[in-house]
Design a protein. Structure first.
Length: 386
């Protein structure tokens, strides 16, 4: 019974924790590969309060900065972006947009988590091509080939317009983003805003683990230009809030499993020591101390906890591998357009946490029955031998 309770609790903790870790990984990868990249460089004012007028916070001589950042260790791609706000219309209807001028060829590496629903990718030759988010395209009833007019304010404050042709309609993970997102070529955006600058430089790394090293290595180039860096986690409140929510839920689940294991073990051990009370009474009558009996029961419980934990880790690993092989089709998360296939991602911290819960809960639950049988009067215990 103890082995069953402990192994089930440990396996459940491992599988559910792996499910949450896989959610974190997939959500983070989607954000990095659809919007923010791993690291962004811009003026601090842009990150703090520049979302309404991003074109006011620009980086001069962005080409030189890109060359320096491209040499950093672990950097896979570097792209300059010019973000702006404007009004996009088709002659009958207008919609506010959050536009981005992008380097189309480089940005293909950043947009692997973006789904092209219709049309063709942007190319460097597209001087008037545009990609529209799914929601924005629906608002303007725009399809590939449609002609639209974009109105925006230049960096000097004058109004400027540019004619665009819809090249494609895309879908990212965020419904709100797709409702306003417009992507055009960087050169077209610079002509629209009458500037040769960009306001953001985005870095894509080969491995997530290289982020801290990239931030440190970019420091001199960034500081010299009075700029600052932001990681993808700092830029995305949605991700941080999601992690916080699921961490709390997982903590509650771990507490429930801990309580379940403790109650199950306590019940099973109490029944076992009650049946063996005559044996313990005989041992104490022959000279064994209360402390010896207590340690005997506690060590047996601890060994069962270790055995149950090892069994639970093995079962949990096998179940996780099976689920990951098959995959679980999940509906779109809140504020998202896209469902995903969930798996189980096992990390070393999960094994340690599950092992601590399994062994710790079993050992602690066995202390009370061990103490009770060790303190039972010898005469009472011997009466069980009849």
């Amino acid at each position: 019974m103890v082995l069953l309770v402990v192994s089930f609790g440990v396996a459940a903790l491992l599988v559910t924790g792996g499910f949450v870790q896989d959610l974190y990984r997939q959500l983070g990868e989607t954000i990095v590969r659809s919007q923010s990249g791993h690291l962004q460089v811009a003026q601090e004012a842009l990150f703090n309060s520049g979302s309404r007028s991003p074109e006011k916070h620009r980086i001069p001589d962005v080409a030189a900065l890109k060359r320096e950042l491209q040499q950093l260790p672990g950097v896979e791609a570097v792209s300059a972006r010019l973000t702006f706000t404007g009004l996009l219309g088709n002659g009958a209807r207008d919609a506010p947009v959050l536009g981005e001028g992008i380097e189309a060829e480089v940005e293909q590496r950043f947009m692997r988590s973006i789904t092209l629903l219709a049309g063709t990718p942007l190319t460097p030759a597209d001087t008037n091509g545009a990609w529209l988010g799914e929601g924005l395209a629906r608002t303007l009833d725009a399809r590939p080939g449609a002609r639209l007019t974009l109105v925006a304010s230049t960096v000097g404050g004058a109004m400027n317009t540019i004619d665009l042709e819809v090249r494609g309609v895309f879908r990212s993970f965020s419904r709100d983003y797709d409702a306003r997102a417009l992507k055009i070529g960087l050169i077209a955006a610079q002509e629209l805003l009458a500037t040769e600058d960009a306001n953001t430089v985005v870095l894509l790394l080969g491995e997530d683990a290289e982020l801290a090293r990239a931030v440190a290595a970019a420091g001199p180039s960034v500081t010299r230009r009075n700029l600052c860096t932001r990681t993808w986690e700092q830029l995305n409140d949605f991700y941080r809030n999601t992690v916080l929510l699921y961490d709390r839920q997982f903590a509650v689940l771990a507490a429930i499993i801990l309580l379940m294991v403790a109650l199950g073990v306590n019940n099973a051990v109490s029944m076992a020591v009650l049946e063996r009370q005559g044996e313990f009474g005989t041992m104490r009558a022959l000279g064994n101390t209360d402390r010896h009996v207590f340690l005997l029961v506690a060590s047996e419980v601890a060994m069962m906890g270790v055995a149950g934990t090892v069994l639970g880790l093995a079962v949990g690993t096998l179940v996780s591998m099976l689920i990951s092989t098959i995959g679980i089709d999940m509906p779109p998360p809140p504020n998202s357009n896209v469902g995903y296939v969930a798996g189980i991602r096992l990390v070393p911290g999960l094994f340690l946490q599950a092992a601590v819960v399994g062994v710790g809960a079993t050992f602690l639950a066995g202390l009370r029955p061990a103490h009770r049988v060790a303190r039972t009067p010898i005469v009472t215990a011997l009466a069980q031998c009849r």
